[in-house]
Design a protein around this ligand. Sequence first.
Ligand code: AMP
Ligand code: MG
Length: 422
Amino acid sequence: MTVTRLGVADASRHMLAGVEPLPGEEVTLERALGRVLARDVVSTITLPPWNNASMDGFALRGADVAGASAERPVRLRVVETIAAGRRGTRDVGPGEATRIMTGAPVPPGADSVVRVEDTDGGADPGTVMVRDDRDAGRNVRARGEDIRADSVVLTAGTAIAAAHVGVLSSVGCAAPFVHRRPRVAVLATGDELVPLERFAEVQAGERIVSSNSYSLAAAVEAAGGEPVPLGIAPDDPGALAHCLRRADGCDMVLTSGGVSVGDFDYTRAVVGTLGGELSLWRVRMRPGAPLGFGRLFSVPWLGLPGNPVSALVTFELFARPLLRVLAGHRCPHRPTVQVVLGQNVELAAPLTHYLRAVFAVEEDGRLVATLTGAQSSGMLTSMALADGLLVLPGDRASYAAGTLASAVMLDGDLKGSVRFPG
Ligand code: AMP
Ligand code: MG
């Protein structure tokens, strides 16, 4: 059965229902960035492994320096020096201090590290004058304050960023177990399309570049998937079926074009002849209304519209979340933010509009959204300039400047608010 004309949220729910993360595999830590842990990571070690100094200075007993000041400095005997990577050989007794560097083990007996700036630096060999007692009881990082042996340090479902790579390395996890990257077939359809190698035909005014082949492969990669480019299929059912068969074995299939109601739109029919099934068609949105979804070769298939902007917008709203669930992400959707309209906007149809917009950060912290220009679904530059997609429900025909609206961020970094120093 095929459901039609759902709203965006219902359509996305339909597509994500029952989709499970792919199985796990080990990858080297160098290749783990962006992947998602498929298992909890348990530390075998305790960190820090020893009580250590958080300052360069003097390890000592806090009680010995109580009341120390510039006028009434306290003199202590320096018994040795401990560099980071070394161990002390002596306990610190009453009236004694050990010169110590950041990270070095604090010797038994000491409970404080007085920063070197609060001393005379041990100007006289064998002694140090302490001029302040503010560090009494401080600057010792306790053994195990960060990580305890046998505890879970990172849970399954964690997306690995730079800090996680650091944590994994510090507990000795050189090959984390992560969900497999989804392999995503990308097939363009259309007799008018050529790959870049045939750009001469574009220059001759005969064909256009299949930009979707490139933009969708890049979008798959940016989302953490592995694109499997299947090239361009002509608008012919037999040839299209032949091209689409090569998607068998992938984790997800993306087609673009040929999914609407034109005379040569064969994608939906061909998915059926290959044993696939269309379970959703058409979404109440613009751009991107003629969208198909179903299963092909037992994996999710998304029939994206051919218009380059529609293809990328529907990729962002539907394909990317699917891909990210397969990759193990627990929150697969892009964040939505509240913005203020920086201009009046007219809507041409009673559909939810996803308009390409630039966001500027005002001094009060508000984001002001301005359209990137004309919003034709063929104008790919409108997408290239955008920080995000302004979401305007179609129950109103016009929105005035100053109206609050929500927007989907396309990237954390705003292009529109680039500032150079000076
Ligand atoms: P379709 O969805 O096949 O009706 O195509 C809609 C519009 O998108 C047409 O103007 C196509 O030429 C264009 N189009 C379709 N596929 C691509 C593609 N891969 N790259 C660039 N434009 C495309
Ligand atoms: Mg077409």
